[in-house]
Design a protein around this ligand. Structure first.
Ligand code: SF4
Ligand code: SF4
Length: 255
């Protein structure tokens, strides 16, 4: 069955798939653990789609364009990133989640899928919920399913794509064998490139957005976010993810 789930996800465009046990979510916020969605939940399937490098490294685009004037170059670069590396990927992730959940349901196992991200329809709610968070954390699921490790940026780093991957999850009552969590640390000791990128962003320059938690142990694998993030600023979408582009893990920038 595990192979079949992988086959469905990969065939529909996922780059990585893994399985986490429900027990590994101990400590999740009340109302947001797998059993809060599916009372008899047994497994969580995590999957992600790696982003196209050309879209992530968008500042290389249109440098010699005959059509795009210099003053509009960033806007056009951002437009391509937004569509190719965000909306298209999220839409595909939504479809993969639905396919997997429906597959389980057909076998008689209640399941739940989610949107990969929370869009304009959810945004009005966010401002009304103090300290809002996603209804279910795809990042925590990915780490528990062995797809990667939390980086100092609080993004999930994967060996193949670093943080240049988008994620989604499905909760099911089917018992599946969980994969091992990642064995080797991915976030590079002493590296603070994500923090520097965030701090040098013109929009963010006066706000402390990423703050490493006190007494952070750099030698252990981070299964939970190692930093405190100002989520409202990140979610404003105005910084264009400097922390993603700066991370050397899984980057093909120099190859
Ligand atoms: S998404 Fe932007 S604001 Fe948030 S941590 Fe990354 S660089 Fe900073
Ligand atoms: S930029 Fe460096 S510190 Fe930040 S997540 Fe990547 S490897 Fe870790």
């Amino acid at each position: 069955m595990k192979d079949e789930i992988e086959r469905i996800a990969l065939m529909e465009g996922a780059s990585k798939v893994g399985i986490a046990s429900v027990e590994s979510f101990a400590g999740a916020p009340n109302g947001h653990a797998p059993a809060d969605f599916i009372p008899d939940a047994k497994s969580v399937i995590s999957f992600g789609i790696g982003l196209l490098d050309a879209a992530v490294e968008r500042d290389r685009l249109f440098l010699n364009s005959q059509m795009v004037p210099e003053e509009l170059r960033t806007t056009v670069q951002e437009y391509l990133y937004e569509t190719v590396a965000y909306r298209m990927v999220n839409s595909r992730l939504d479809q993969i989640g639905l396919s997997i959940a429906l597959f389980f349901e057909k076998q008689g196992y209640p399941s739940m899928c989610f949107p990969a991200t929370y869009d304009e329809q959810y945004e009005p709610l966010m401002s009304k919920i103090p300290n809002f968070q996603a209804p279910f954390s795809h990042r925590h699921a990915a780490v528990r399913a062995g797809l990667g490790e939390f980086g100092l940026s609080n993004l999930v780093l994967t060996p193949e794509y670093g943080p240049r991957i988008r994620l989604n999850s499905v909760i099911t009552s089917m018992q599946l064998e969980p994969g091992p969590i990642i064995r080797e640390k991915l976030c590079i000791r002493g590296c603070t490139l994500c923090m520097e990128a965030c701090a040098s962003c013109a929009y963010n320059s006066s706000i402390n957005i990423l703050t490493p938690k006190e007494n952070l142990n750099w030698n252990e694998i981070w299964l939970d976010p190692p930093s405190i993030t100002d989520k409202h600023v990140c979610n404003s979408g105005r910084c264009a993810g400097g922390c993603v582009r700066a991370c050397p893990v899984g980057s093909k920038r120099n190859t």
